[in-house]
Ligand binder design. Structure first.
Ligand code: PEP
Length: 247
């Protein structure tokens, strides 16, 4: 399993041109860290941000927040993995709960998008997570296993990809799972990966959901947590840099 944590900031639908200076301020902290740092700005900022970071000699990886599974075509409003790559991306978030639940994306579509990302060498960060109703109904393990099985395409073998465990009820709510709940999910993901890939892959398994500067260090000490996917607290360098410093 990888030893260097991956700290990823998902800016969601936030950020205008001025956000480039925020990314450069994040780069200042990234330079002091041995962690891999990734930023997922909105598509409109991806090229500008990637270029500014590259010009500054930054090691921050940029990524898209979603992609279409096809390379091009009549898909109004969509962006392909090829386009993300062309704009400077090295990664792409796929299957985020805001896509699964807000846009009705099923696991089978997520799996196709993963193949699209791998086609051009983007590292997919594949998100899974149960809703509160599913957790309360005792279905967490079944949901996570089902999402893993169906969102990781059959063609996946030794390529580089990552998995983010993001309980839907923890995203943007300030509610953090207990340590036991996080570790339980990490064990499940890692067992699944081991059983399916027999040690051929070494994905980062991230925790995401209400990560803040004050809980990041603790979350990173939990067994199996290989990094963090951060939403709200990645928007301001002042917050995200404290999370980077915790890694
Ligand atoms: C996310 O959207 O991936 C996320 C984890 O959001 P937040 O950190 O704001 O809960």
């Amino acid at each position: 399993m990888p030893h260097i944590p991956l700290i990823a900031g998902n800016w969601k639908m936030h950020g205008l041109s001025q956000a480039v200076s925020e990314a450069l301020a994040i780069d200042a902290a990234a330079r002091q860290s041995s962690a891999r740092i990734a930023l997922f700005p909105p598509a409109t900022l991806l090229h500008r941000l990637s270029q500014a970071l590259a010009e500054a000699g930054s090691s921050i990886i940029t990524g898209g927040q979603d992609c279409h599974c096809e390379a091009d075509g009549a898909f109004t409003g969509d962006v392909s993995a090829e386009m993300l790559k062309d704009a400077g991306a090295g990664m792409v978030i796929l299957g985020h709960s805001e896509r699964r639940h807000g846009h009705g994306e099923p696991c089978a579509l997520v799996a196709k998008k993963v193949l699209g990302a791998l086609r051009v060498g983007l590292e997919p960060v594949i998100c899974i997570g149960e809703t509160l109703e599913e957790r309360l109904a005792g279905e967490t393990h079944a949901v996570l296993n089902r999402q893993l099985r169906a969102s990781l395409p059959e063609e996946l073998t030794g390529q580089v990809f990552h998995v983010a465990y993001e309980p839907v009820w923890a995203i943007g709510t300030g509610h953090i799972p207990t340590d036991e709940q996080v570790v339980d999910a990490m064990v499940l993901v890692k067992s699944y990966l081991e059983e399916r890939f027999h040690g051929q892959v070494t994905p980062h398994v991230l925790y995401g959901g209400s990560v803040k500067p004050d809980n990041a260090a603790h979350l990173l000490t939990l067994d199996g947590v290989g990094g963090l996917l951060v939403g709200g607290a990645s928007l301001k360098a002042a917050d995200f840099n404290r999370i980077i410093a915790a890694a």
